[in-house]
Design a protein around this ligand. Structure first.
Ligand SMILES: *Cc1c(COP(=O)(O)O)cnc(C)c1O
Length: 533
């Protein structure tokens, strides 16, 4: 095993925020006042917050510096151009990037050069049309966050389907839909289906987490083919592949699986979309563990990954990119574009929806400052030393917990450690409808000021689902690690707290929902009551 003490440091902190000294009594008061809803608990009163890795990243000095170049113009702000170029660099060009943001950062004075290389460039045929092609056939949409991209995509899709194929039913399979993706699909009367690969819970020896990886985030290809054959290809408007697979414990997806899903998609003429949150972390796993990629650079692996999809939605709040941002992209004149441009160009429909909901296409609900930070972030997250630090920190945490006997999903994924709640409560009388995972999160806040997030029967609404749907629900508490925020002290404190709670798990309360049981995405909204036995 690698001695983790000998990893060469790759960064240092120059801005510091103090953690407040809060007592257990004070936290108890705050819990009661916020109806024991974990999302509603004030962050100011916490010691360590693993609620989400979304938008919680510490920005780098270069991102902060780039903020100063933010252009807040309403039409075609400068950031728009450098951001589109960054998208092309990262998702299409591999090592052959152009990095035209440098023209702005170094204050290029040659106006013709600026126009030729940045401001007036006509590009077509990829994920990010440019110049007049983006006007004629829009295919890249900036939005505030990932779910806005999902909203654009599925409401527009629903409109096209209803107008042209009224009365039919539709299914969208995925290796694991994220909760907002699932909810956006559902609320447009389409059925989301999870096709987890069979072996998420298979045993994995902790000693091997740095040597091999079974890519448990993969999609089950056999079930995918079966679903399409059963429902008919015309009833499957899209196939979705989430990389990394957040719902399946943040597990990576192999390049091989991307290739195989793409082959199925091609065979049936169905567009393959990525939910590309954490594409960079996924690329690092491929480099580390998939045969044939150990010599490839991260940018080249990312390029190859995206060759397989016809479009993607993404939250730029993930992967340590930025604190805010999202996007929706599809291949110019690709499968999606051809299939859903019936009377009108589907890109034009999406753009209308974007303008209606988030603002014109060159800012999409983001400030010019956000756009600059995001542009720089895109280049930083594909740096290998950053990714190594990131993934090793999560791996250290999972390893320490496993060695202390706390049941975690192994090997760990890229952004979070997932405690397996069914095994955590083994030997106690906690049943699935007692929401033991929620009880664990409440007790962690109360005693230690540590916040995790239940992603299981409570969040995925076990009690509202059919027996068939319940099979798609896994039972986890997730500890999502914000990027570049915490150090080894925070990890050790958390490991100690979780270990102590696991040893005393009979003291963890069961949980009842007292308000808002029926609400959609209820984990953000309901009121709860812990029941101590
Ligand atoms: C976070 C996330 C989303 C939604 O993105 P937001 O920016 O939170 O709206 C979608 N899919 C996955 C896999 C995510 O992790």
């Amino acid at each position: 095993m690698v001695d983790q003490g000998f990893r060469i440091p790759t960064k240092k902190s120059l801005v510091v925020r103090k953690v407040r000294d809060v007592t257990q009594k004070q936290r108890e008061r705050a819990q009661a006042a916020t109806e024991y809803n974990v999302f509603s608990f004030p962050a100011e009163l916490l010691v360590v917050d693993y609620l989400s890795d979304s938008g919680t990243t510490a920005m780098t000095d270069r991102q902060w510096a780039a903020l100063m170049y933010g252009d807040e113009s309403y039409g075609r702000n400068t950031g728009y151009f450098v951001l589109l170029e960054a998208f092309r660099d990262i998702f299409e060009r591999g090592d052959a990037r152009r990095k035209t943001v440098d023209l702005i950062l170094r204050n290029e004075r040659d106006v013709d050069k600026l126009m030729d290389e940045l401001l007036l460039v006509d590009v077509e045929g990829g994920f990010v049309n440019g110049g007049r092609f983006q006007l004629m056939r829009p295919n890249a949409f900036i939005v505030p966050q990932g779910r806005c991209a999902e909203h654009l995509l599925f409401t527009t899709l629903r409109k096209v389907l209803t107008e042209h194929f009224p009365g039919s039913e539709y299914w969208i399979p995925s290796n694991g839909h994220f909760d907002t993706t699932e909810a956006n699909i559902h609320s447009n009367d389409i059925h989301p289906v999870n096709l987890f690969s069979g072996d998420i819970f298979s045993e994995f020896p902790v000693e091997e987490i740095r040597d091999v990886n079974p890519f448990k985030g993969d999609m089950d290809i056999r079930r995918l083919v079966k679903l399409i054959d059963e429902k008919g290809a015309e009833s499957v408007p899209l196939i979705y592949l989430t990389i990394t697979n957040n719902t399946a414990a943040g597990q990576p997806v192999s390049m091989r699986n991307m290739r195989e899903v793409r082959e199925v998609a091609d065979r049936y003429g169905i567009p393959l979309f990525f939910d590309a949150c954490r594409f960079a972390e996924n690329a690092y796993f491929i480099k580390e563990f998939e045969e044939g990629y150990e010599g490839s650079s991260i940018p080249e692996i990312v390029r190859e990954m995206f060759i397989h999809c016809d479009g993607f939605s993404i939250s730029f709040k993930k992967d340590g990119l930025a604190n805010m941002g999202g996007g929706l992209f599809f291949k110019d004149r690709g499968v999606f574009h051809r299939r859903f441009s019936v009377d009108a160009d589907v890109g034009v429909l999406l753009k209308e929806m974007q303008i209606l909901s988030f603002g014109n296409d060159s800012y999409g609900g983001l400030s010019g400052r956000d756009i600059m930070a995001l542009t720089i972030g895109l280049y930083e997250v594909v740096e290998e030393d950053y990714l190594r630090d990131r993934i090793e920190q999560v791996r250290d945490m999972a390893e320490k917990l496993a060695l202390n006997g706390v049941p975690v999903v192994l090997p760990p994924g890229g952004h979070a450690v997932y405690v397996d709640i069914d095994r955590f409560f083994e030997g106690t009388d906690v049943r699935i409808e007692d929401f033991g995972g929620v009880g664990l999160t409440l007790e962690l806040i109360r005693r230690y000021g540590i916040r995790g997030c239940e992603l299981g029967p409570f969040a995925f609404e076990w009690d509202k689902k059919t027996p068939e749907e319940r099979k798609g629900i896994l039972n986890f508490v997730r500890f999502a690690v914000p990027r570049n925020v915490y150090n080894v002290e925070h990890i050790n404190y958390t490991v100690a707290a979780l270990t102590e709670l696991h040893r005393n798990r009979e003291r963890i309360p069961k949980v009842e929902i007292v308000r808002g049981k029926e609400l959609r995405l209820r984990h953000f909204q309901t009121g709860l009551r812990p029941v101590y036995s």
